[in-house]
Design a protein around this ligand. Structure first.
Ligand SMILES: C[S@@+](CC[C@H](N)C(=O)[O-])C[C@H]1O[C@@H](n2cnc3c(N)ncnc32)[C@H](O)[C@@H]1O
Length: 217
């Protein structure tokens, strides 16, 4: 499957510098999770939960004015059908949930971290769920989109819960310097290993990079 590269949308502010040691270790883990089903287990889950529980109080200080744009752009230019039911993976404190609630009929926001979920806003059409994205308590073929904004890709689980023709939306709000990041080609490759793909597109918007993959209908 070829990946369509759409025109980039330039940032309006300068992306802050970030040293490689601030994102490379997490990028390695993100790649392992996407390509090695055994990479995620109880120990790793406990470590990741503790990490994000600890980061929750200062999570709102991260990013800047360009932070929300890539997700909104992915939904529009990535031609993600509006309406239907979406799952937001690793929703954190809900920074991106409002954009998703505007687009879909309902959004289930899933996160491992109680501390993160505790800071999320209560929005109409949105349900917060403390759960592990590697094993979603959701029926097979029952959601129109799985959205990961700075969140891990569990290819087999997402393809299980998506309807035929459903979309995986993978957004990295600090582009290649996002800790939970996979290059667009690898997002596609990881999904191709578990299911048939209809089409895939990627672009840059602001500091971010997004990839939208449509499963076969
Ligand atoms: C980098 S933060 C992103 C938060 C939010 N999406 C944002 O961009 O502001 C990653 C989030 O994923 C959650 N997370 C990590 N592994 C997860 C898993 N297996 N299932 C559900 N949530 C997970 C973490 O607790 C954390 O809140």
């Amino acid at each position: 499957m070829t990946l369509a590269h759409l025109e980039p949308v330039a940032p309006t502010t300068k992306r802050p510098e970030r040293p490689p040691e601030a994102y490379l270790p997490m990028q390695r883990l993100t790649r392992q999770i996407a390509f090695e089903p055994d990479a995620w287990g109880p120990e790793r889950k406990a470590e990741v939960t503790a990490l994000f529980d600890g980061l929750a109080p200062e999570w709102h200080t991260r990013g800047g004015p360009d932070r929300l744009k890539p997700t909104a752009d992915a939904l529009v230019r990535g031609a993600v059908p509006a309406r239907g039911r979406a799952i937001e993976i690793g929703s954190g404190t809900g920074i991106h949930t409002g954009v998703l609630v505007e687009h879909f009929d309902s959004v289930v926001s899933v996160d491992l971290s109680t501390e993160m979920l505790g800071l999320a806003p209560r929005l109409e059409g949105n349900f917060l769920l403390r759960a592990d994205a590697s094993r979603l308590a959701v029926r097979d073929s029952s959601v129109q989109a799985v959205v990961c904004v700075n969140a891990y890709l569990f290819p087999a689980e997402y393809s299980r819960v998506l309807v035929a023709g459903g979309r995986v939306v993978f957004v990295s709000t600090s582009g290649e310097r996002t800790p939970i990041y996979l290059p667009p080609e690898e997002v596609l490759e990881a999904l191709e290993q578990v299911t048939e793909i209809e089409s895939a597109a990627t672009s840059r918007c602001g500091w971010g990079i997004w990839t939208v993959v449509a499963l076969a209908g």
